[in-house]
Design a protein around this ligand. Structure first.
Ligand SMILES: [Zn+2]
Length: 154
């Protein structure tokens, strides 16, 4: 999926979980979920995250697209590291955003191997990346972003 779709979905998930997590800073929480929803695509050369962060551009040369960085392991490591340093309140939204990206990539034709490299099992959907269905999904999610955002913050 495209970066914008991931961000829109990440933003929505961040908003929806707010009542359950009740973070000290709701805006920061939603921002971190949204930002981390771009991270798995560090394994893709032309991804939004690699255009934002020049320091991660080496990753696509070493790691296959939708391999390790599209598994649940980086999310677990991310959370574990922040938790270890007493920063679980940062690790949680980052891991959540990361997993949100993986869940939405599972809807695409290419799918996602969530346990790479332990397993070769892929979850695949019917959505073409940057296709009409994704565009429609993006539109629906943006409307929900606005509606739920207004409900949460105003
Ligand atoms: Zn992806």
């Amino acid at each position: 999926m495209m970066g914008r779709t991931h961000m829109a979905i990440g933003f929505l998930v961040g908003l929806l979980v707010l009542p359950f997590v009740q973070p000290d800073n709701s805006l920061l929480f939603v921002f971190l979920v949204t930002f981390a929803s771009l991270w798995p695509d560090v394994d893709h050369e032309n991804s939004k995250i690699n255009r934002l962060l020049p320091i991660t551009r080496w990753i696509p040369r070493v790691f296959v697209h939708r391999g390790f960085f599209h598994s649940v392991f980086p999310a677990l490591i991310l959370y574990g590291v922040f938790w270890y340093f007493g920063l679980a309140w940062i690790g949680l939204p980052l891991a959540l955003g990361y997993l949100t990206h993986l869940a939405s990539d599972c809807l695409t034709r290419l799918g996602c191997n969530l346990l790479h490299p332990v397993s070769t099992f892929r979850i695949q959907g019917f959505v073409w990346t940057d296709g009409l269905v994704e565009f429609a999904l993006f539109g629906v999610v943006v409307v929900l972003d606005v509606v739920v955002g207004v409900m949460r913050f105003f």
